[in-house]
Every structure is written in C-alpha cells, then in structure tokens.
Design a protein around this ligand. Structure first.
Ligand code: ADP
Ligand code: MG
Length: 275
C-alpha cells in the first residue's frame, strides 16, 4: 500500500492518554452466581502509544475494550481520558466485518464521514475520502461492493470507515484474526504505517502474541478467571517495523517470553482453583 506523502491533516493533534483505574466488571449468571470478567484492572496508556492486549479466550479483553469505548460500564472503577483540551473521539474496529452490503466501498467509508458530520464538522484533522482510500490501499476498489472483496480487503474498509471519524483513540478487537497468515502479516505492516501517521492512541486486542509484539509499544498480558492483568511488557523494536522484524529472532524471542508469562499465569490460576 502506498501512503500519501502529504497527509497534512493527519497527526496534528496532541493525542489522548487513557487511564483505567481499579476497573472491575462483574456479570450476573442466570443461576444467581456472579462472574468476575475484570478484576482490578489498572492501565495507563500514554498519548499516541500503541498498546496490545493479549490473553486467553474469556479473560476479558473484549469487555475491557468495550468499557474504554463506552459501550459498557465498569461495575466499579473508571476509565478517564486526557486529551489536553481536545475532544476525545473513539473508533472501534471489530473482528467481523460490519460493512453495509448494499453500499460500495466508498459509500461504506462515507457512512463513517456522515457520522462525523453530525459531530460538528471539526475543521482540522479531517481525513478526506481520497486520503482515506489512499491510506488504506482502497483507491482502485472504491466502487466495489463488500461481497466482491476478499476478507483482507473488507477489513481495510472497516478500518477506513473507523478512521473516517478522525479518531484520536482507535480500539481494535482482533481485527485480523479471521484472515489468512499472509494477508494478516501484510495488514499488520500497513497498520504500523497508518498508526504512525495518525498519532492516535491505539488499544489492540489479539490472541496472537507475535502480532502483539510486531505492532505494539507495550503488550499487556491478561489471565482468566478472574480476568486480570498479570504483566506489562515493553517491546524492543526497530524504528521501522518491516518484514525483517516480523521474521526476526528478536521478535520470536519476545513472543516466547510472553507465551511463558501466559502459561505461568494460567498455571497459577489452575493451582488456585484446585487447592
Ligand atoms: N454480557 C455478558 N454477560 C455475561 N457474561 C459475559 C458478558 N460479556 C462477557 N461475559 C463473560 O465475561 C468473560 C470475558 O469475556 P470477553 O471480554 O468477551 O473475553 P475475551 O474477549 O478475552 O475472550 C467471559 O467469560 C464471558 O463469557
Ligand atoms: Mg473477545
């Protein structure tokens, strides 16, 4: 994908810091019992930082993202944003494509822009249509319908639509998990370029540890039952996250360390349950 050389409207903002303080989320079961999906989650994300959240299925990754997005409330604790006086604009990219099948690529993205217009047409920082198409590699596909696109292309459109509201907080929930390995790696590389242009604060949920290391400045490691953060790891990466880094022993060894943390956290949980 080519990225426009002069994407002037991008990256002009101060950025948003996110702070989750003692976030708990308890669900009631039909049988009257309660289930703690998130237990005392503390997380500080710096403005412009790319943080990946990894952990086994059911550890509360989606719940955490939904709370940060404002789609769901914490049972206690809270999430605050510091945008240095700027408006906080959050955008969510889901695992499943959520495109409107009767609209073309361009019109699906325009749907995001229409939403933005209702948000008082911010004069600066607006991502124009051509810029969005260019940034996400969709220029020559703008008149296609979703059914005419591969899964990878559909996820680009989802991303472009999320970017259309010009978010300074981008929340992504396993956006590449349904894609084949090659498409996935390709989109991962593109996302690093897009993210560095945007300067948005990104929270990226994945259960793919290598993906987390490749993309993120920091990786938050969660465990389940109760869902909680067990470690936070700062990634050691080169300035440019390219194919070489993707296949490097440095990436592999950092991913192995995180695997070990996950295994250890889960064994402690299991021990706790049996004792
Ligand atoms: N609305 C809900 N009602 C009851 N339980 C829920 C609800 N949403 C999530 N859960 C439970 O909370 C736990 C965490 O879910 P989720 O955040 O989706 O995990 P993850 O995304 O890490 O797989 C799971 O055990 C799930 O069943
Ligand atoms: Mg999930």
């Amino acid at each position: 994908m080519s990225v426009a050389a002069e994407t002037e409207s991008l990256g002009t903002r101060a950025g948003v810091a996110i702070a989750a303080k003692s976030v708990n989320r308890v669900f009631d079961s039909p049988d009257g019992a309660t289930f703690t999906a998130l237990n005392d989650v503390q997380l500080d994300v710096k403005a412009g930082e790319f943080v990946a959240v990894v952990g086994p299925s059911g550890c509360g990754k989606t719940t955490l993202l939904r709370i940060v997005m404002g789609l769901e409330k914490a049972s206690s604790g809270d999430v605050t944003f510091d945008a240095s006086g700027d408006e906080v604009i959050r955008s969510f990219v889901f695992q499943q494509s959520s495109l409107l099948p009767w609209r073309t690529v361009k019109d699906n993205i325009a749907f995001g822009l229409e939403l933005q217009c209702r948000r008082d047409q911010r004069a600066t920082g607006t991502l124009r249509m051509e810029e969005l198409l260019e940034l996400t590699g969709l220029t020559s596909f703008q008149d296609y319908y979703p059914s005419q696109l591969s899964g990878g292309m559909q996820q680009r459109v989802n991303l472009a639509r999320a970017l259309a509201i010009d978010p300074n907080v981008l929340l992504m929930d396993e956006p590449f998990s349904a894609l084949d390995a090659m498409t996935k790696e390709h989109l991962q590389r593109e996302l690093t370029v897009i993210a560095s242009h945007l300067r948005a604060t990104v929270l990226f949920v994945t259960h793919d540890i290598r993906e987390a290391v490749f993309l993120a400045d920091r990786v938050v490691v969660m465990a389940t039952d109760p869902g909680r953060i067990v470690e936070t790891v700062t990634v050691d990466a080169p300035d440019t996250r390219d194919e070489e880094f993707q296949r490097s022993p440095e990436l592999a060894s950092q991913a192995r360390e995180i695997w070990a943390m996950l295994g250890h956290a889960q064994r402690s949980t299991d021990d706790g349950q049996t004792s």
